[in-house]
Design a protein around this ligand. Structure first.
Ligand code: ADP
Ligand code: ADP
Ligand code: MG
Length: 661
């Protein structure tokens, strides 16, 4: 076995590889770009070496820098992860030329499968069923249009160098063929530097079923059963499972054999996935599955296979690369139960899945699920790389059990600071067709709007968000948790309005303190009452109009995240927040309601002020707080000046006693 390996990747897959290497006693070297200086994979590896600036092209795709790092660190082998250089045969050759081992297949095997058209021709020869269509060399428009007509619409035009769902166009009507061809070419050219395409029959009711294979580079290839990745959005996987629903032993054997044939045909070594498309318009049928492509690397969704086989595929990769035989023979491999994986992304389903970059202020994950992640709370999701936050993987004895565990785990993932697809994934788990395993690649598209929009936060959540802004959910470590609030009351009437942005709209919440633990919250002209039973700054238990519930509230800067009822609700303080124009009469003192910076002082000792005059403006938690005179009077003391940082409860200004005014 290797003493030391370098992982030419980042994020969750780098962390995943490090975990297994460490368990096997193999030292690890991480590489990182400037954007990843403090990343988890850098922290967890035994050593880490900088390879360039943030842009992937200059760092994680920088072959020379990575080879240099491997040599300098004394690593004996390079694990490529997935994405980046993992399927680049020139990289494999560079690794080998440097006297290092590439943990993966040969450059030739990658080349043979690298282009979808050539791979299909090769597979046809090896006796593997391929999707009907044209995958030859001719590329002129009229010829391809003729092929499309011969195949019969709908057809799918694919960039032959494509990947990650890019460079693909479905065409239903011959009249649209020319335009679709043009745009598929353009996308192939810009994303992969190759505008050549193939044309395939578009399956009526397609299911994506892929088979995990492993080869030892000699003659031996085994398969580790199938995964169903039919839940897709724009040809990209969203939730994967193993085994495939409805799979019979006969069909599994047929697909497994076809996959093994495909890998054996190219002398495959290491982990690979043979992707098939099955036409299930008449159910899963043994004569209706077709080779689509082979991914010559570890797949994102490999954990579901690990869960049902009890194996560690990264360990297998290291063993095979180190020259050991495959750890098990085909007859020794069995399926235990069912597994799911959901890809948790920083993206906004309501805005066409726009990546949501920013700081991950909260990231709490539940027990009862395997969470593969490359980030922790406080990290930034940057625009430079894939915005995946984590893979959530569950296992159960039955499909229903594993799916119910997935739903629960997703509900319990607490991600703050960023918009995520968590709600979308939870709704997908509850989709009736998915629940019974009636999946196909069109399911998400047909479900449409119902999956996309997060429901508006319930009133309980609005109330907690407002109380959090006002500092009413503070730590229990304080022996008299409400003491501060009594202090708070000294400077004015306990009525304040909080302005919050939520779901693209601004909400005004008028909070009246009825007692230290009882509040009346007015929102959309409806008054409700909330009693805080306990609060420690994060966890809150409260009684809202007779509904007793628990929630978690996280606050950072302008952002507030309330986790309640299996859902994270995001709020942001609106610009106008904290304008305390409702100070009723009474009180002699202005105190800082929260720690902050004194921005403006509009009075001086001895000055006569009228009730409601803005006297001190503070900036606290990035919001502006205008503190107004609680009554008519004369300023007695003013112990602060512009630029002072003041603690919560600090005296800002006092008025002469009433009778002297
Ligand atoms: P897999 O085939 O392993 O399931 P995908 O098909 O989802 O993985 O993605 C194919 C490759 O493209 C993977 O190696 C993944 O790292 C990369 N990839 C997927 N989505 C993105 C993205 N949004 N940005 C950058 N790379 C991506
Ligand atoms: P990529 O390299 O982007 O992963 P694939 O060829 O694997 O491209 O196809 C991606 C997805 O597109 C598949 O998982 C499937 O959902 C859909 N797809 C591909 N070929 C067909 C087809 N012939 N008919 C219907 N859907 C298809
Ligand atoms: Mg694919």
């Amino acid at each position: 076995m290797f003493r030391k390996i370098l992982i030419a990747n980042r994020g969750e897959i780098a962390c995943r590889v490090i975990r297994t290497a460490r368990r096997m006693g193999v030292a690890t070297v991480a590489v990182y770009s400037d954007a990843d200086r403090d990343a988890l994979h850098v922290e967890t590896a035994d050593e880490a070496i900088r390879i360039g600036p943030a842009e992937a092209a200059k760092s994680y795709l920088n072959v020379a820098a990575i080879i240099e790092a491997a040599k300098a660190s004394g690593a004996q082998a390079v694990h490529p992860g997935y994405g980046f250089l993992s399927e680049n045969p020139d990289f494999v050759e560079a690794v080998e030329a440097a006297g290092l081992v590439f943990i993966g297949p040969s450059a030739n095997a990658i080349r043979a499968m690298g282009l979808k058209d050539a791979a299909k021709a090769l597979m046809e020869k090896a006796g593997v069923p391929v999707v009907p269509g044209y995958h030859g060399k001719k590329q002129d428009d009229a010829f391809l249009a003729g092929e499309a007509a011969a195949i019969g619409f709908p057809v799918l035009i694919k960039a032959r160098a494509g990947g990650g769902g890019k460079g693909m166009r479905r065409v239903d009507d011959p009249a649209d063929f020319a335009a679709a061809l043009e745009s598929a070419r353009r996308e192939g050219e810009s994303a992969f530097g190759d505008g050549r395409v193939l044309v395939e029959k578009y399956m009526a009711k397609p299911r994506h079923i892929e088979v995990q294979v492993f080869g030892d580079g000699h003659r031996n290839v085994v398969h580790l059963f199938e995964r169903d990745c039919s839940l897709q959005r724009r040809h990209q996987k969203v939730i994967e499972e193993a085994p495939a629903p409805g799979m019979t032993a006969e069909m599994r054997a047929a697909m497994g054999q076809a996959a093994v044939r495909a890998a054996a045909a190219i002398g495959y070594s290491g982990a690979g996935t043979v992707e098939f498309i099955a036409d299930v318009s008449e159910g899963l049928r043994q004569d209706r599955f077709y080779f689509m492509e082979m991914n010559t690397r570890l797949q994102v969704e490999h954990p579901v296979t690990e869960a049902i086989t009890g194996l560690d595929l990264v360990e297998w990769q290291l063993r095979v690369a180190a020259g050991e035989p495959l750890p098990k023979r085909q007859e020794e491999l069995t399926i235990d139960g069912w597994a799911f994986e959901a890809r948790l992304y920083a993206e906004n389903p309501a805005r066409d899945f726009l990546p949501a970059i920013g700081r991950l202020t909260v990231f709490d994950v539940p027990d009862g699920a395997r969470i593969d992640s490359g980030v922790r709370a406080g990290d930034n999701i940057t625009p430079f790389y894939d915005p995946m936050i984590a893979k959530v993987i569950t296992h159960g004895r039955s499909r229903a059990e594993a799916l119910s565990r997935l739903e629960t785990a997703l509900e319990q993932c607490r991600v703050g600071g960023l918009t995520t697809n968590a709600g979308f994934l939870v709704r997908l788990c509850r989709h009736p067709a998915f629940a019974v395993g009636d999946v196909d690649t069109g399911l998400i598209g047909r479900a449409g709007e119902t999956l996309l929009a997060d429901p508006q936060a319930p009133e309980e959540v609005f109330a907690l968000a407002a109380l959090s802004v006002l500092g009413f959910l503070k730590a229990a470590a304080d022996p008299d948790p409400w003491g501060k609030i009594r202090g708070f009351r000294l400077w004015g009437a306990p009525v304040q309005t909080v302005f919050l942005d939520h779901g693209g709209a601004e909400h005004a919440l008028r909070v009246t303190m009825l007692a230290p633990d009882r509040f009346c919250v007015e929102h959309n002209d409806i008054e409700t009452e909330l009693r805080v039973q306990s609060a420690d700054g994060r966890s809150v238990r409260a009684d809202f109009e007779g509904h007793v519930f628990s929630a978690t509230v996280h606050r950072e800067g302008r952002d507030i995240a309330v986790f309640f009822g299996g859902h994270g609700h995001a709020f942001a303080l609106a610009e106008e927040a904290g304008h305390h124009d409702e100070a009723a009469s009474g009180g002699d003192r202005l105190v800082a309601p929260m720690p902050g910076l004194v921005r403006i002082v509009s009075a001086a000792p001895g000055a006569r002020v009228a009730k409601g005059d803005a006297l001190v403006t503070m900036e606290a938690m990035k919001m502006e707080l205008v503190l107004a005179a609680p009554r008519d009077g004369v300023v007695a003391t003013l112990p602060v000046a512009v630029g002072d940082q003041v603690a919560e409860g600090a005296l800002l200004l006092s008025l002469e006693p009433e009778e002297a005014a």
